[in-house]
Design a protein around this ligand. Structure first.
Ligand code: FO1
Length: 316
């Protein structure tokens, strides 16, 4: 059987790397385990932003300007909503709305989120598995100077402005890792488990908080490799560096690798930070990790696979 790859991912940054793997790994051999701590109910609809970013990215429908939602979107619904005095701080495009309406309907009819997601994956012709980290509800809560905020309240409504004091993942202790994700992590043909360059605190930690995920990473025969979300002290996108500073951490790839200590067998560092190489406690591979073009995404994905092969050959 051809080798498979599992990617633990949040939103935009993770989806970019996943797209790099999508074209590299034989079709059907890529699995994403996706953060659902950002999910929330809005206007009566179930919104799963990271699952949708992954779905739109792998199906070639992602909005490249926004980083979320669909390309070539129209906004008639939002205009009409605002006219009627509805909440418009969280923007739902007309095409995107169809996904949220259908998902809400199917969940209300008793289907599991993993099954609904798999149906969308098939409908949009994606030949990879997209697993929500759990079918059970987990909500990322942000303890801030302005009190405890729901994730989207913090991230979108408040534009990540409040100072973060801590994060918690409500419901995680009771959440169960889905069967598909569990099987993907334990597959004998697995070549690598990749922790995407998503925000470690907001996007990856909720996945790691689901009971069984950490143990599955430790037990995996394939190397576990994290890709840096920090380049030269800055996040490529989003509030990773700001949150690290607020949590009293130096915004550096070293701190990220330390955060994953005990779980990872290797760390992909950006070439701009190559001077830090000797200070890591796991093997490091330095490369240009900025992913703008499709070629960049494939290049980084290839580097991760080469690194995984080297680590596997070296007998971890
Ligand atoms: N992010 C924004 O910054 N503003 C929005 O209005 C917004 C709407 C939105 C709608 C659907 C969806 O799937 C995602 C959306 N996002 C929006 C992105 C999203 O909430 C965050 O980027 C993620 O939760 C973080 O990964």
């Amino acid at each position: 059987m051809s080798p498979s790859v599992v990617v633990l991912t949040g939103g935009v940054g993770g989806a970019k790397l996943a797209l790099g793997f999508y074209d590299l790994v034989p079709k059907g051999r890529l699995s994403l385990i996706v953060n659902t701590g950002d999910d929330f109910e809005h206007l009566g609809l179930r919104i799963c932003p990271d699952l949708d970013t992954a779905l739109y990215t792998l199906s070639g429908r992602a909005n490249p300007e926004l980083g979320w939602g669909r390309a070539n979107e129209s906004w008639g619904f939002m205009k009409a909503l605002a006219e009627l005095g509805g909440e418009n701080w969280f923007r739902l495009g007309d095409g995107d709305l169809a996904l949220h309406v259908l998902r809400t309907q199917r969940l209300a009819a008793g289907e599991r989120l993993s099954a609904v997601t798999a149906a969308f994956v098939r409908a949009l012709g994606v030949r990879a598995a997209l697993y929500p980290m759990s079918d059970d509800a987990v909500a990322t809560m942000v303890a801030s100077d302005d009190g405890e905020l729901g994730f989207q309240d913090y991230f979108v409504r408040r534009c990540c402005e409040p100072r973060v004091r801590g994060l918690s993942f409500h419901g995680a202790e009771r959440a169960r890792l889905g069967g598909g994700a569990k099987a993907a992590l334990a597959a004998p043909e697995l070549a690598a488990i990749v922790i995407a360059p998503s925000n470690p605190y907001l996007s990856i930690d909720p996945i790691l908080a689901v009971p069984g995920v950490r143990a599955a990473l430790v037990a995996a025969r394939a190397p576990v490799i994290a890709v840096t979300p920090i380049i030269a002290g800055k996040a490529v996108k989003g509030p990773t560096a700001k949150i690290m500073a607020e949590l009293g951490l130096e915004p550096s790839p070293l701190a990220v690798a330390r955060h994953y200590e005990g779980l990872i067998d290797g760390f992909v560092l950006d070439a701009r930070d190559a001077a830090l190489e000797a200070r890591f406690s796991v093997p490091v591979w330095a490369t240009d990790t900025l992913m703008t073009s499709l070629e960049d995404k494939q290049r980084v994905a290839r580097a991760v696979l080469d690194f995984a092969a080297r680590l596997a050959g070296g007998g971890r």
